[in-house]
Ligand binder design. Sequence first.
Ligand SMILES: Cc1cc2nc3c(=O)[nH]c(=O)nc-3n(C[C@H](O)[C@H](O)[C@H](O)COP(=O)(O)O)c2cc1C
Length: 414
Amino acid sequence: MAEPLQILWYIRHNDGPCPWVPEGTYPEDQNRINELARTIDELGFYGALVVGDSPFIEIASFIPITRRMRFLIPIYPGSYPPATLVMQAKMFDQLSSGRLLFNQVNGTDLILPQFGIDVPSDQRYALSAEYWSVFKQLYAGEIGAHEGKYFRFGPPPPRRANRSAARLVQDPHTPVWGTGSSPAGIEHAGKVLDAFLTYLHRPDRLGAQIASARAVAARHGRALRVGTLANIIVRETEEEAWTHAQWLLEQTGAERLARLVDERLGMGRYNKATGSREGGTFATVRSDDPKIQSRIDALRAGRLPDLRSLESHPNIWSGPNGPRFDILDLGWGAYLVGSAENVAARIRELQRDLGLDIFIFMGFPLIEEARNVARLLLPLLDLDQSPPVLAEERLFGEFTTLSGATQAAVAASA
Ligand SMILES: Cc1cc2nc3c(=O)[nH]c(=O)nc-3n(C[C@H](O)[C@H](O)[C@H](O)COP(=O)(O)O)c2cc1C
């Protein structure tokens, strides 16, 4: 039997009918964001990916206005010292009854230095593997101190006798989901992550990426859940859905579409076509695939690519999706577009064929499209509505099975 699906929505401030163009963007409004959180909570989504300047602070403000949704927030490994992250995660889990999920992202060479993470590109995943393995052990009370290549800390002071009773936190730890599409990222996913998240892409290519991560996980004796992030347009009929997709292309316009491709190529992301981080520019990029080349040619000539030529698989469409437009079919993100029945059928196929059982969807405007998805699509799917698994907090030093060296370290710190 297939696992029930975990369907998440998206929370971000940049919203509107077409929020990658100024005319299609709403002004910032925290009331609208609060309304979005309440809507997601009430409509039966498993949770939401929350992005922005400081999502960890922001999601704390959603605890009292929501009851069951989970909050998936990006964390760049090293941006919080491991023990700080554990403390904050436990506090959030206690206050929210275990509704925190982490999305580990390694960003790019352009993003990480702002957090003081200045390791060479090829070492980012080694740092990340150490960070998350330490995080999990620390949260579960299995270690106190750590001395590794990238992180050193501890041991913690002993627990005070007058401290209140144990609190309820997630068992065994806040789940660590995450991304990584380069070979090093896939190796890291298989070794460390509880769930591997990808951008939606043609199932043949996506399947290959997932199979590689699963093979690494199997080598480490682990199982790996998988999920995908996609834009979504569901309507009662196919025609209505594709009409909206065409509207998005027109709102964006050929010139902006070309700019989105160009910017993405220059971002220092891993480029699957070249197998490196060297992207190139839209002016020079070429494809051996005549279908893709004809889209490039149209755009270079200042025309919109043909709507259905961007459909790489039935109901999977490479439309503009914020900072990305995957005209080159490189896996920068795609849409599910279609009638609710057809989109539900694609989701079930992706689950059956690729083992995907986490779907993070976004559609704009976020509240209206969340309502569309909840009304038309969610009733057709078997949804995971289970509550978080909680247990009494375990603190390092309370175990009787500590190694002699560790016990001595604890005693010395008392
Ligand atoms: C679900 C999902 C969420 C993501 N969120 C972020 C994010 O918050 N910040 C970011 O810099 N990149 C984000 N990314 C992009 C990833 O960092 C990028 O796809 C990839 O992991 C880069 O890894 P690489 O260095 O292995 O190519 C996200 C990707 C996915 C699939």
